[in-house]
Design a protein around this ligand. Sequence first.
Ligand SMILES: C[S@@+](CC[C@H](N)C(=O)[O-])C[C@H]1O[C@@H](n2cnc3c(N)ncnc32)[C@H](O)[C@@H]1O
Length: 279
Amino acid sequence: MNRATRNTWLCGLLSVPLAGLVLLTWGVTFWTLALAAVALACPLSMLWSWRMAQRALAPLDAPVPHTRGMTMDWAVPIYDWYCPKLGLGPAFRRETLRHAALAPGERVLDVGCGTGVLTRLAAEAVGATGYVVGIDPGPRMLAEARRTSAASAARIEFRLAAIEALPFGDASFDAVLSSLMLHHLPPDMKRAGLKEVYRVLKPGGRLIVVDVDRPAQPLWWLAAWPLLLMSMTRINILGHVPAFLREAGFASVASKGRWFKLLAFWHACKPGASVELAR
Ligand SMILES: C[S@@+](CC[C@H](N)C(=O)[O-])C[C@H]1O[C@@H](n2cnc3c(N)ncnc32)[C@H](O)[C@@H]1O
């Protein structure tokens, strides 16, 4: 058990007496119960993720990449159920694809594809002449993506890989999608990952990012401020994602819209030949 895991467990376990203390000192009210429920959810979700890690896994076709990104294998059984509950259902996916403006025949990479919801839609958009590949370092996520895509006739592939070491040659893709993934990476890995995306894009290729951004309304800070405490999310919540995109070499970085008040869609181009199609 490394130091980070030990500290996480320590915090999770401390939240149990904390929940008891809140109830004992402030009495049972709606708010103290809500607070206690949140405190108890921490160790429970940790137990859940530990339990998931014990489950047998189908044989892998590649070694599990070592990454400091936050993988989400623990969420596999509930991910596709809770996303729509958070407003990240089919309408959100359609909006992401609208920004990507994929054309038949294009080669597309979905980084941090999770259960592959967006990857499958992208594969439909590029059709039989196109090709879509989703990568994720979480072996259970990837197994789920493969399972749910097995019936799809589209040209789609899933690879066990991390964004900071993409197993593709230079200039391999017309478009790269990054949906709700960047905020899973600490700052140095955001930099390394975006450089890799830049490398595998063809000149003129485009990157579409949808992720957490600086809250559009002051009231949202009330809910979003804890994200300032984690290095993975701080960059996002301070509104620095466009700067990271430019630093990686991307041009024409633009915010193309928002989803709720907390997520933004960004569009960025790799300068070169067929660049900056007016999408
Ligand atoms: C919130 S999920 C998003 C999944 C999917 N893109 C979506 O829109 O539903 C974030 C994903 O990023 C993946 N991830 C974490 N670290 C990563 C890394 N270093 N490279 C690529 N993906 C990573 C996680 O395993 C997880 O599946």
